[in-house]
Design a protein around this ligand. Sequence first.
Ligand code: HEM
Length: 505
Amino acid sequence: MSALGTLSTTSTSATSSTTPPVTPPDTLDLNNIQGDILSGLPKKTQLYIFFQIVDVTKFRADLARFVPLVKTVAGVLKDRQLIKEHKKKGHKTLIPLVGVNIAFSHLGFVKLGIDDSSLGPATDPFIIGQFKDSVQNLGDAGTQTASGLVPNWDPAFVQPLHGVILISGESHETLQKKKLEIECIFGVRTIQPSIFQVTSLRGDVRPGAESGHEHFGFLDGISNPAVIGFDKDPNPGPVSVNPGVIVTGYTGDPSQATRASWAVDGSFLVFRYLFQQVPEFNDFLRKNPIAFQDLTPEEGSDLLGARLVGRWKSGAPIDLSPFKNDPVLAVDPKRNNDFKFEGEINSQFRCPFAAHVRKTNPRNDLEALPPPVGPISVQKNRIMRRGVQFGPELTKEEKKTAKTECGRGLLFACYQTSITNGFQFLQKTWANNPKFPIGQTQPEEPGLDPLIGQGVRSMSGTDPNNEEKVISGMPDFIIPRGGEYFFSPSLKGLRETLASPPVTA
Ligand code: HEM
């Protein structure tokens, strides 16, 4: 376990959270970076098409015709401006907009005969692939077979994947039209296809008032890192990250010095197919309301939910509003991410150590640690999250029986320049580690992240009356069923290294 995992050893690479930002900031090439990485493809609905390359020569030629469809960050910013103006005019309808991105796995680069050694050494999770990493490092449940421990995944993700195409848009019709266009480019359903679609998954923003909320009901997508040189006027919150934490080749990219030129202006895309046991989650809250002050049982259940996540369903952080939802705070971007678990290094009175947002971004739990252990910057462990929900709303039957009958959850996606420091670190060293974060004096173990933690599931700190009380035997609320590690190259990389030049007559 590394220093950040236990805090019992010193970190030599620690940087203070007060480290001044790089000056002058790196100039990001927004016309060369794929759009989802820095700005997020605008979406009401999104398709992930996972494919294998079956004809390399044809694929490289087809890719040259596909690249003009790829939306860059500059393109996304234009789309966002259009949406803003459309709303300003008072229109309630959605403008037809589509955004396409593409990313490749290590196996994809191998298949294409492209040397991807500048993306990581043989031990890097990207090179190893998520299938192996899931049971070796992520804690996914597996089954022992003649060929070793294999994760209990959907069969589609047990097959080798070479790449993924993302299509985002405002409606299913728009998505379907773009999908057909892309299928034509790659000759899908012809006698000479260049790709085979292994599976495709569709995610949809939830309907009505639940829009923006994940399936347990909590507002999501509030806290993503502000990027120096891109976010000019960030809202108050965690310190902005160097661009190279998210985009390869810039200050903060741990492999900045050794990236091949085609691998600059890219990012690693982690995809996880995460099922959520929503009726079981709700039932758990209902059966374990926190008895605190004069809360009704229903309010006590809401408080328990908020203490598992670290935010109320509205999005209001419990570090700022610990025992009562504050809907005004929730929607105020100047305040809703401006907290640090301040003065709480040894306390979980306001927010449990294991709460999902405290585990995945511990803020002052590391950044304000006194020497000799701290302070430790969490900057290099930040990720840019871009998830979308999949599956239907709860049925009447599921509400009645408190048992999941229909699959639903999160198509989890995030970007970073190091999977080792980013997603894998958050899952393995923080979420799955019952000892993290550990302060100097409190006797109790924080336990696992109650949402995503994999392993023997217990946590302390849910009860503000008795911070040492441990809830054990928590059911699995989130079950991983697949995923892969991809690299999302620059437009230049796609055009000049992955695609073959257009044939001239
Ligand atoms: C179905 C699975 C998941 C659900 C339902 C979920 C839900 C949430 C919610 C409700 C928030 C608070 C809203 C926000 O701050 O944006 C959040 C924040 C966050 N989640 Fe998750 N999450 C899931 C999976 C993951 C995974 C797999 C990771 C990484 C290993 C992760 C990392 C984070 C991070 C880094 C934050 C922001 C923390 C902060 O900066 O305060 N989440 N998540």
